[in-house]
Ligand binder design. Structure first.
Ligand SMILES: Cc1ncc(COP(=O)(O)O)c(C=O)c1O
Length: 399
């Protein structure tokens, strides 16, 4: 079914969702078998998210299991190289090595309260697969992770971790065997087994996932804002984050959206450059359309068929994007830029050697963009979201 079941004519606020719509973007474009299930999830999320005991449990696990708050680190050496002051929000230091665990803890607590016993998820870089398998192990739930075979070959360490954590890994060889194909496989399994809980890992897919994932990642920006104010006594001039489906970036940006003097920049997986089939820069090169359950930008042709994508970063190699980022792009509140593989690799090497921090190749795109955009901005101060650590990428010898 390709019609939105969200009623038209709902008044929207400026940058956030009302009933699953971010301006004209978002909604729920799914087969009838999933509609009732997702509406039920949306209602359950709305009524549960601010219950004091739910919030308490979520914060408890973020503190004691994930290790939050993550530090906001003044990167002196990187700042010297950039000629501009830079702080790194250290999501790489979270348990399991990326921001993905914030969302997994929130959603698994919801799933537990809904009585779910089996969790299913997709993964690209493997970080969401690891985080989901971790959360499932923690709460004694059965877990199945879908992953493209291409991604499994380029993120071997995370494949081993997922298996070590007791989850079942299901590889798909469809398409280019990357994140899009893993989402298709996971959605397919969900449609056939609507009693499982689908723990979606980015700010994509049908309502309520973009709203829910954004909500659980918001902790990044809440902490960063407070930490930055304590360190500098004012707001930052710039925020940078890499954008795959959009979850770590919205996590950092959300609490600054109405501070209009703070410039917001997203780095997309540009692959080999601005050529369809060789890039994954969805907002830079795509156009609005329905893809994988939501209305947002997609890298699609005039018939609505998506182009194959390519990025060196498995976590950015995806033709869709969060509907909230689509709105932020259209309103001009944030800007989005294509960062090539070569530029990301340079930043990956530079941060490793100058700061002693090996970033995920996804996060390296944000570092590369910051270095480009901060030229000549010596009196300004920025935060880069370091969404994950690069242990998973080291054996690929990206030199
Ligand atoms: C470390 C890291 N950063 C960023 C991303 C991109 O995802 P998102 O845009 O949802 O943050 C991924 C996805 O796997 C990731 O593993």
């Amino acid at each position: 079914m390709k019609t939105s079941i969200i009623e038209n004519g709902i008044k929207t606020n400026k940058y956030e969702s009302i009933n699953g719509l971010f301006g004209e973007y978002g909604g729920m474009y799914v087969p009838p078998v999933l509609e009732g299930k997702l509406l039920n999830l949306a209602a359950f999320f709305e009524q549960t998210k601010s219950q004091p005991d739910f919030e308490e449990e979520y914060i408890h696990y973020l503190k004691t299991f994930v290790g939050r708050p993550s530090p906001l680190y003044y990167a002196r050496n990187l700042s010297e190289i950039a000629g501009s002051k830079i702080y790194l929000k250290r999501e790489d230091l979270n348990h399991t090595g990326s921001h993905k665990i914030n969302n997994c803890i929130g959603q698994i607590l919801l799933a537990k309260r809904m009585g779910a016993t089996e969790i299913v998820a997709e993964t690209g870089a493997g970080q969401h697969g690891v985080a989901t398998a971790t959360a499932a192990a923690l709460f004694g739930m059965k877990c199945k992770i879908f992953m493209g075979a291409t991604d499994a070959a380029r993120q071997k360490m995370n494949v081993s971790r997922i298996e070590m954590l007791g989850a079942e890994l299901v590889l798909t060889n469809e398409g280019r065997a990357t994140l899009k194909d893993a989402v298709d496989a996971a959605l397919g399994y969900y449609i056939e087994n609507p009693d499982v809980y689908y723990l979606l890992g980015s700010q994509v897919g049908p309502h309520p996932y973009p709203t829910m994932v954004g909500y659980f990642q918001r902790v990044i920006g809440k902490e960063a804002k407070q930490q930055f104010l304590e360190a500098e006594g004012r707001l930052p001039d710039h925020l940078f984050a890499c954008v795959g489906g959009g979850s770590n970036s919205i996590g950092l940006f959300a609490d600054f959206l109405y501070d209009e003097a703070v410039a917001i920049h997203g780095a997309e997986g540009g692959g080999e450059g601005a050529v369809f089939g060789k890039t994954a820069a969805t907002l830079s090169m795509g156009k609005p359309g329905v893809f994988q359950g939501t209305f947002s930008y997609a890298l699609s042709d005039e018939n609505g068929d998506v182009y194959p994508t390519y990025s060196i970063a498995a976590g950015l190699d995806y033709p869709g994007i969060s509907p909230q980022h689509a709105l932020l792009k259209d309103t001009g509140r944030a800007d989005y830029h294509l960062v090539t593989d070569a530029e990301a690799i340079e930043a990956y090497k530079l941060l490793s050697k100058s700061e002693g921090i090996i970033p995920a190749i996804e996060s390296s795109h944000a570092v590369a963009l910051a270095l480009q955009m901060l030229k000549g901005k010596e009196n300004q101060i920025s935060i880069i979201n370091l969404s994950g650590r690069g242990d998973k990428d080291v054996e690929r010898k990206l030199l």
